[in-house]
Design a protein around this ligand. Sequence first.
Ligand code: CA
Ligand code: CA
Length: 298
Amino acid sequence: MEMKKSPRARGHLDRLVVMVAIALPLVLSACQKVTVPSHIAFQSNRDGTDQIYWMKADGTELKRLTNDTFKNEQPGLSNLGLKVAFRSNRSGTERIWSMFSDGSGLAQLTDLDGVAAPRWSYGGQPIAFSASGPDLHPNIYTIWSDGTHLKKLTNASKDNVEPSFSPDGKRIVFTSTRNGMSDIYVMDADGSHQTRLTTDPKNDAEGSFTRDGNQIVFWTNRDGNGEIYIMNADGSSQRNLSNNPAFEFEPICAPETDEIAFQSDRDGNPEIYVMNLDGTNVRRLTNDPAVDRAPDWR
Ligand SMILES: [Ca+2]
Ligand SMILES: [Ca+2]
């Protein structure tokens, strides 16, 4: 599979070219060392209640990360997949929890009610999520992974949900119904400069920045069924990437390649798929009659 590399990865490759002149065995060894582990986490009810799973980005090495009888949903991975934040009802009420991806270090992050969809900043801190808290409708919050530095970023009278960071950590794309319909918005990571990007009369949601920060992938039902769209980060040039009569949603961009993971029921039940940023090369990663959904990619 041909994949474009980030500047950091290209730097590794440049060094590898020098090493080729030295000794091929050394190069092969170095290739293994510089490969950035890339995992897609998701939730599935294949073993009963919803649990957190992950797999390598090619769909191999599937592993269950939570293993209990509680509902564990909506995973958000930290860089290199070291930790995972997720929603769980293990304390009796749905809260945001985090753990290392081997299942150790389980910790509750907040006491806020009505939480959903934690997404880690690519810089390591903070984690963004939505919570209703004391309000009638959910707002966007950020919190550090040790549970400190809780900050409320939105204060609107309607829903503000599904935050996701730009790769440089400076912006957050999110979904809001503050203007009557579900639309994509963007703001600075401190909550300032909240700007509406979509105005279609149908619903737009679930924004995710591409790895260069120049485009945003999102979900919309403007064509009558769920589709994955892409637009420039200023909202211009909106176009359909999935073009399938099935229901596609929950797109998330890869951190190191020009690819998108998403969910679709095109093969009869919800599965996780990956496609290139131009909509080509669609391949299915999961193959289970259960509901596989809510991917995140690091
Ligand atoms: Ca569709
Ligand atoms: Ca499935």
